[in-house]
Design a protein around this ligand. Structure first.
Ligand code: TYD
Length: 131
């Protein structure tokens, strides 16, 4: 499966808009863990690794940032700045998060509990895993 932006439901209301995610619709995995990244200093880089098995969805709940995604055959930059859009990342994708606007809040939904052994931190190891 490929990475890509998934539009989430957006209920527009004069009292404020509302979006939501349910398993299976439109998320293609079961949520086992949720984490979020905040208080990000200017110029910081996050990510810089791939996962062997876990699927993720990344949402810019607030602010904006770029997720650079590499699938071994090419690289693509996704600009996230809408709380009603999620970036779906299948396993086996190298990813970096950068260019965070002040006060950005990145929400990440994951298909697995935290597992250090699922991380690939070495880019050449990542490339050789796909051979
Ligand atoms: P890491 O996944 O490397 O962050 P990023 O990809 O955003 O740069 O995690 C940073 C630290 O937080 C690392 O020491 C592991 C810890 N951590 C947990 O304990 N549980 C979690 O669910 C996550 C995502 C990280």
């Amino acid at each position: 499966m490929e990475s890509g932006i998934i539009d989430l439901p957006k209920i527009e209301d004069f009292r404020g808009n509302l979006s939501f995610i349910e398993e299976g619709n439109p998320l293609p995995f079961s949520i086992k863990r949720v984490y979020w990244i905040y208080d990000i200093p200017g110029g910081a880089l996050r990510g810089g690794h791939a996962f062997r098995e876990q699927h993720e969805m990344i949402i810019a709940l607030s602010g904006s940032f770029i997720v650079s995604v590499d699938n071994r055959t090419g690289k693509r930059n996704y600009f996230l700045n809408k709380p009603w859009q999620g970036l779906y990342l299948p396993p086996g994708h190298w990813r970096e998060m950068k260019d965070f606007a002040t006060n950005s809040l990145a929400l990440v939904l994951s298909s697995m509990p935290y597992s250090p052994s699922d991380y690939i931190y070495n880019y050449s190891e990542y490339l050789s895993c796909g051979e």
